[in-house]
Design a protein around this ligand. Structure first.
Ligand SMILES: [Zn+2]
Length: 290
């Protein structure tokens, strides 16, 4: 059992999370700490690193909770905050999906991508996806209203590969009312996605590259876990990762933490280019949305 005093005696750079008894939680804090070596200077508000003003409050059993902890609130690149944010979103989406399916509604899940063009330019990869996404939204909104879809969810996700750079893509969940024609809807979604890509001057977006499916009731939780996986902390060692294959951002962080300069560079590119992006967008087709 680590006492408050023992923690406080550590230098300010030691973050208390590495004392956690939960291995996964400890790993998140270790990753957070590894960031200090190679992150940008503007990313300095370290989460849960001991700093002046933190108050440690022990309860009757001696468990310590801390008050006045600073967090960066990152939804993209902090292993601790991102995990927390995505876990909150996961619980919320699980309830929404379960409730909708119990009412007899259908859930359609989609993965929509654009062809990889200049993937080493991370900012460009994000911006063209977001720009196509904005056109797609305008086209789709009409279709969603016709069908009576009250809500749809868009999540941005990315994979990063050495030599090939960043591939950003969208995951979607659509809540279709009872009796809606799911096959027609999925065909139309693919068509509108290609139309949106063309409107932004991108050819070569094929229907076959787009993945849509109806989520069965028993698949609800696993689909929600799948689309919120950005916050997951990799449990494997870097040697177990397929280092030539595409990695998720936090797998890149694990690889970067070993000191590999290529992965450090890719992590920095990711961190700088993802700033300000909206990780999860909830579209509500309510009248005031016009
Ligand atoms: Zn944070």
């Amino acid at each position: 059992m680590t006492t408050i005093t023992a923690i406080q005696e550590q230098a300010a750079l030691i973050n208390y999370g590495i004392f956690s008894t939960n291995p996964l939680k400890r790993k998140r804090y270790e990753l957070l700490q590894s960031l200090q070596g190679f992150t940008y200077s503007k990313y300095q508000k370290w989460c849960n690193v001991l700093h002046d003003g933190i108050i440690a409050v022990p309860d009757a059993e001696g468990h310590i909770s801390l008050r006045n902890v600073q967090t960066c609130q990152s939804r993209h690149s902090c292993p601790v905050c991102t995990n927390r944010f995505m876990a909150e979103q996961r619980s919320k989406l699980n309830l929404m999906v379960k409730d909708w399916q119990e009412q007899g509604g259908a859930i359609v899940m989609g993965t929509l991508t654009l062809p990889n063009r200049t993937p080493m330019d991370f900012r460009y990869s994000y911006s063209r996806l977001v720009e196509v996404g904005a056109v797609f939204r305008r086209l789709l909104k009409k279709l969603e209203r016709e069908i009576g879809i009250p809500i749809s969810i868009r999540i941005i996700e990315e994979t990063i590969q050495k030599g090939r750079g960043l591939h950003a893509h969208f995951h979607f969940l659509w809540f279709l009312p009872l009796g809606a024609q799911t096959q027609d809807f999925m065909t139309n979604v693919k068509r509108l996605w290609i139309q949106a890509a063309k409107a932004k001057g991108l050819s070569g977006t094929s229907a076959n590259a787009q993945n849509l499916k109806v989520v069965q009731p028993r698949e609800g939780a696993s689909v929600v876990s799948y689309i919120t996986k950005h916050g997951y902390t990799p449990t494997s060692d870097v040697s177990d990762l397929a280092l030539n294959g595409p990695l998720s951002p936090f797998e890149v962080l694990v690889a970067a933490a070993t000191g590999d300069v290529d992965w450090i560079q890719l992590w920095r590119l990711f961190e700088a280019s993802v700033k300000g992006k909206r990780r999860i967008t909830i579209y509500k087709n309510t009248p005031k949305d016009d």
